[in-house]
Design a protein around this ligand. Sequence first.
Ligand code: WT7
Length: 654
Amino acid sequence: MADHTEEDITSVLHENRLFKPKSEFSKQSHVKSRAAYDRLYKKAEKDPEGFWGELAKSELHWFKPWTKVLDWKPPFAKWFVGGTTNVSFNCLDRHLDGPRKNKAALIWEGESGDSRTLTYQDLHREVSKFANVLKNKGVKKGDRVAIYMPMIPELAIAMLSCARIGATHSIIFGGFSAAALRDRINDAEAKLVVTADGGYRKGGVITLKEKVDEALEAAPSVETMIVVNRTGTEVSMKKGRDFWWHDEMQGASAVCKAAALSSEHPLFILYTSGTTGKPKGVVHTTGGYLLGATITSKWVFDLKEEDTYWCTADIGWVTGHSYIIYGILSNGATSVMYEGVPTYPAPDRFWAIVEKYRVNIFYTAPTAIRALSKLGKEWPKKHDLSSLRLLGTVGEPINPEAWMWYHAVIGGRRCPIVDTWWQTETGAIMITPLPGAIPAKPGSATLPFPGISAEVVNKDGKKVPPNVGGYLVITRPWPSMLRTVWRNPKRYKETYWSDIPGVYFSGDGARRDKDGYFWIMGRVDDVMNISGHRLGTMEIESALVSHPTVAESAVVGAPDEIKGTSVCAFVTLELGQSPSEDLKNKLKSHVVKEIGAIARPDQIRFTDNLPKTRSGKIMRRLLRDIAAGRESVGDTSTLEDYTVLAKLRHDDEA
Ligand code: WT7
């Protein structure tokens, strides 16, 4: 844990409004009342394995049943041991015997307004074909496939194809740089990369294939690249290595049996930032992950056969994995997928899409809600949003003002809002209201999902009293938990299971109120949450010091009205280098090159020294205060050099 003390996690939020589920909503929902939630919760608490075992049977298709629900050798879990299943089969094949055969699985909207609908049968055919393409290129069960793509249907097809044959996918968000892509490809030793020439964003084209070419200059494991022609951008194709998607698909057979995979077969790796310079490959497996994604999709979004559901995330993040593709398709629902940004060609694009497809369930991030609310309610008012019946939010704490705007302007005061807390590591939603059962309080993720044992504790693992801040932990294993860090079980153990004895530590601070509701207070480690995306301060620091002019750097988050947090970098220069606006811009671009545009520092502040303790630890708390423009109230007696602090403050005023 970082230099936080428990006093740091004091809560300042006082929100008393309560929004009870409307009885018309409750009556038709999967979990209809607080009493029904309590029954489920208690049942799961008394007999977790019985609870999850029953659901695994009722919600998923298994080729072979398991012999043991849970094998728990802390902190390593195996779920549904001995069982075999297939995620692609559960998301596709099992819907083909009945009326879902010709139901829309994916409704895709391109940024420029083009649209494609794939029925379950269509998607099954495309996935089977691409699975055969992968096989033809020598991809075998257990091989890793890297996917670096825009938000187009081929991305969904590629991931489901991997799942079909037991190849483990590693999706890298298209906003990451060539260098970040190369590191992730190398860590996973991917054999094949799926990409596109480019994608559309804000009306322009972003190139992708070009970045893969650059990454592959130093990624020896990759033998093959498959390229989708999305934008018609000119690319160079390397003979014997690079192949066009459309050429390969042309001759591919549409028959490919879904492999019977062990429940613990690794489905995907997803890299996420931590407190070191190197992102971690979070590993999710098959049966437990799919159960988590499936049952939370059903109960949290109250998913019904006739619903059109839209999650605005990018599939490059875990939200897209679980709640655009796996959890939604496993339920046989209709998932809308959008390629572009919320404000193109105008600030009403999201609301235009809701109206166009009569979206019923809408899931987005607080940062988007804040940004769109700032643009004024005339934009949503231009559209008929009456199809909406449920709203969701994820990624960061939602401030009550944004919650109220979402509720009133988008939800017409009629839609319940589910504020869902979870993480890349948890695979599925962990703390959330069940919309027909749990009254909402704006800003609170409310209560744990049945079967999830969440607590707020102090450093010794002791439960703290109501309204006292502490660390958010999960005290029992759950089916969709990460299994390990890719090829680094030691890091898995140290990162998640060592700070607080015997439990999973999320890295978040939280408090519970007198009703037991959880209020998430954000990260307590050196990880920032920028627009709902996780970024390690160390990662950005390493990027900065890799620039020849930089001697040392410390990166902290500063409060930001829209992004939640902005990136503020304190930089000391090498001897002989002098600060300038030009250098600031160069350093910003350097970070973009090393990591990607999401990590671009909002501010660079040059300083002669960084404030350090006698033992040489950077005093981040002070830097956070300075970045936020707050007066430092902390104990500074261990400061190596008081003048450093005074100087930084002074510069700030200048
Ligand atoms: C971190 C996980 C899995 C969702 C996408 C982000 C923060 C997430 C909430 C919420 C307050 C939230 C936490 C968490 N977070 N949802 N509803 N309320 N904070 O996934 O990149 O793995 O980040 O996002 O700080 O630890 P991620």
